[in-house]
Design a protein around this ligand. Structure first.
Ligand code: 13P
Length: 256
């Protein structure tokens, strides 16, 4: 597999952090540090921060994303935001299937598929998250589980649409815990996911698809992770809120 054919993507997932004023401040602090990035730089921010983040990102190489979307275009879904609404706000990226949505808010493989479908239909690029719990890793079913999550999420996605799909492998036990997967563990599962793409589509599609690692990626460990042959960048939680740390990760991905 030729890594040079893929552009690495470093995406921040701010989770439930930052007010609009703070979002403006954070983007403004990050922008000069990442202006020469050789990878795609994305900040996925809370819905209420989208306008402020976009304003601050104007004229920079930072792309703005959201952290979730609903699958219906509109209707009686109190508290939800549709992919169409995000698109209308100028959002380019959206995360689907994050483990925190699956664990705390009842997202399932089927709803992840529906959200992914809606996001593609709205013209967004989708960062689809997959990953195992620690018990599942210990049981030895990581590969099968992640393969199944990937297959279900991509149900109905065409080869053409795959250019707007990024898969993020995020082992749940590594998220926010400071316990990162080893570079070998991250690469192994990213390679399994790439194999699934080859099986569902073809070798060209597998070679072209961006597969990120996420889970306690930081300024210190990013270089080794993103240097792996099947790891094309990262989805960053905590470290994306710290400009210098996020910039160091972007730099690591630029060097690849
Ligand atoms: P941390 O980088 O804080 O572990 O979070 C990872 C994550 O969940 C990104 O989506």
């Amino acid at each position: 597999m030729n890594k040079a054919k893929r552009k690495a993507v470093i995406a921040g997932n701010w989770k439930m952090n930052k007010t609009p004023a703070e979002a403006k401040e954070l983007i403004t602090a990050i922008a000069p540090l990442v202006k020469d990035a050789g990878c795609e730089v994305v900040a996925c921010v809370p819905y209420v921060d989208i306008a402020a983040a976009q304003e601050a990102a104007k004229g920079t190489n930072i792309h703005i994303g959201a952290e979730n979307c609903h699958w219906e275009k509109s209707g009686a879904f109190t508290g939800e935001i549709s992919a169409e609404m995000l698109k209308a706000c100028g959002v380019e990226y959206v995360i689907t299937g994050h483990s925190e949505r699956r664990t705390y808010f009842g997202d399932t493989d089927v709803t992840v598929q529906k959200r992914t479908r809606a996001a593609l239909d709205a013209g967004l690029t989708v960062i689809v998250c997959v990953g195992e719990y620690l018990e599942q890793r210990e049981q030895g079913i990581t590969g099968e589980l992640v393969a199944l999550q990937t297959k279900i999420a991509l149900g109905g996605v065409t080869k053409e649409e795959l250019s707007r799909i990024i898969i993020a492998y995020e082992p749940v036990w590594a998220i926010g815990t400071g316990r990162t997967a080893t570079a070998a563990q991250a690469n192994e599962v990213c390679a399994i996911i790439r194999g699934v793409i080859a099986e569902l589509y073809d070798a060209d599609a597998a070679e072209a698809v961006t597969i990120q690692y996420g889970g306690s990626m930081n300024a210190g460990n990013a270089a080794e992770l993103v240097a792996q042959p099947d790891v094309d960048g990262g989805l960053i939680g905590g470290a994306s809120l710290k400009p210098a740390d996020f910039a160091a990760i972007v730099e690591a991905a630029t060097k690849g």
